[in-house]
Design a protein around this ligand. Structure first.
Ligand SMILES: [Zn+2]
Ligand SMILES: [Zn+2]
Length: 331
């Protein structure tokens, strides 16, 4: 099966991903070659393919929620051997030496590299990856089930941590797509009361079915003040709606690489030590903690399977909001 390669960004309706022949990959000394079993489709892939996220390299093979098997190892790699199950996520590498990398904050490294953006990702049958940035995948999950955990899951988990929510607290989730559908399972495992705000009546019902204490639309206010909130919609006014619902001392964590515009708001909304924080990437420690927790709970992922050759179609459906759960490509 060939790979799906972006040569030039364009609206997804023009099918900008093209088939290229499979690469012949030799790992560098610190790399592994992964035989891809499944690769999740993320909104960031859509933003890259359409040009909203500026390509750092063209042509590029997108895809950063990769689960598969080690096919070959570089000569310096000791942690992995051929046949091991492995996963690769958005963070492809960091410098390891800067003030962030050396203080447990590698997600903020100024010299980081990203899978499917700086280097070829998982819309392929084979890819290379830095061995020290690949993860063990719990046996509890099939390749298809594990793929959505590696972006929406891990970043949703970091968002929970950034929001400061503690067990038993009142948590607001604004937007209820794939990432929120994973975060709610962690929050309920922590015995939080979860209040979900989303435009779609269908998603409101899904949130209640999953155990939310309340679900409503953006015009409604959750029935209690929130200790913390996470916004998943890439829309600035939603962050302000969440801020309005916060109790004193609460935090809004914004889970978005890109936000359209944050409207002006009065200082009284922020007063009493309320905070607004962005969530940037994740650390390897976040991913390891989350994968472990996901197997313990265990988290259920909703997957829509597509053959790799239908990558353009999967991205079109994601754009139209036609995907239930996470679309996953299988080579
Ligand atoms: Zn992603
Ligand atoms: Zn660094």
């Amino acid at each position: 099966m060939p790979r799906q390669v972006l040569e030039q960004p364009a609206p997804i309706e023009q099918r900008p991903l093209r088939r290229h022949s499979a690469p012949d990959l030799a790992p560098r000394p610190n790399e592994i070659v992964i035989a891809v079993g499944a690769c999740g489709v993320c909104r960031t892939d859509l933003q890259l393919v359409e040009g909203d996220l500026i390509a750092r390299q063209l042509p590029i093979t997108p895809g950063h929620q990769v689960v598969g098997r080690v096919a070959a190892v570089g000569r310096d790699v000791t942690r992995w051997k051929p046949g091991d199950r492995t996963g690769m996520a958005w963070l492809a590498g960091t410098c390891g030496a800067c003030r962030f990398c050396t203080t447990g904050r590698e997600n903020l490294c100024e010299d980081s590299r990203f899978t499917g953006w700086d280097r070829d990702g998982g819309y392929s049958n084979l890819m290379t990856a830095r061995a020290d940035f690949a993860f063990r995948i719990p046996d509890a999950f099939t390749d298809l089930e594990a793929a959505p955990l590696l972006c929406g899951g891990v970043i949703g988990y970091r968002s929970l941590k950034v929001s400061g929510i503690t067990p038993g607290g009142n948590l607001g989730l604004y937007g209820f797509g794939a990432s929120a559908g994973l975060a709610i399972q962690v929050a309920l495992h922590w015995n939080c009361n979860v209040f979900v705000t989303t435009r779609s009546p269908h998603e409101q019902r899904r949130a209640l079915d999953m155990g939310a204490a309340w679900a409503g639309s953006y015009h409604e206010n959750p029935p209690v003040p929130l200790d913390a909130a996470i916004t998943f919609a890439p829309v600035g006014h939603v962050a302000i709606e969440a801020l309005k619902a916060l109790d004193r001392g609460g935090t809004v964590a914004i889970n978005a690489i890109h936000l359209d515009h944050v409207p002006e708001f009065g200082y009284d909304l922020l007063w009493w030590e309320r905070q607004i924080r962005s969530v940037a990437n994740f650390t390897r420690a976040d991913a390891i903690e989350f994968l472990d927790l996901a197997a313990t709970i265990p988290i259920r992922t909703a997957v829509d399977e597509y053959p790799l050759s239908d990558a353009n179609l999967a991205l079109q459906r994601l754009k139209r909001g036609d995907v239930s759960g996470t679309a996953v490509l299988v080579p």
